[in-house]
Design a protein around this ligand. Structure first.
Ligand SMILES: [Zn+2]
Length: 183
């Protein structure tokens, strides 16, 4: 049988099991830590905490190198742009003008993804907003945003994405992205 090969960038994480959970205090928390090298960004440490008792989950990342507070923005103009890599820490705020702002906070997660992955997360939020809408106006708004998002995912519409991170641990990795210092 062929041995399953692990891609190099997914080096096996260090795992600590049966740790005390900060939320429910049960010794049911699994901590993981791993490293990844991100081209044009540098080495990143990834952390996660998952509690099997209360389902608490937190993931975050930190660049090995200290970075300045940053603001990135990019205009998504077609299917090729969906592959652009995004590094987002839990401290980052993601803004999609006229559609949604994903705030940082205790329940915010850090992750490495691409534009498509980020937009799929936004789509999930909009879908639950549509389902849980309290009035027709709210539902209409979510439906409108979903339509636009789908057109962007098909490469048929434009969308601006802004990421602001006071810790500097986030990036949109593309020459098309505009980077500035976060004021
Ligand atoms: Zn717990």
């Amino acid at each position: 049988m062929a041995k399953a090969e692990k891609p190099e960038e997914f080096a096996a994480p260090d795992v600590l099991e049966s740790q005390p959970c900060p939320i429910c205090s049960a010794n049911a928390l699994t901590l993981t830590e791993s490293e990844r090298e991100i081209p044009f960004f540098g080495k990143v440490y990834l952390f996660s905490m998952t509690c099997t008792a209360c389902k608490y989950h937190k993931a975050d990342l930190e660049a090995a190198e200290t970075k300045d507070p940053c603001k990135y923005s990019i205009e998504i103009k077609g299917k090729d742009d969906l592959n652009i890599r995004i590094v987002k820490s839990a401290e980052a705020v993601v803004k999609i003008p006229h559609m949604m702002t994903i705030e940082s906070g205790p329940s915010s997660q850090g992750y490495i993804t691409n534009v498509e992955g980020l937009l799929m997360r936004v789509k999930g939020v909009l879908e639950s907003a549509k389902e849980n809408a309290e009035d027709a106006g709210e539902q209409d708004q979510a439906r409108k945003h979903l339509k636009k998002l789908n057109r962007v995912l098909w490469g048929e519409d434009l969308l601006k994405i802004i990421i602001e991170d006071p810790t500097g641990n986030s990036a949109i990795i593309s020459q098309k992205a505009q980077k500035s210092r976060l004021k």
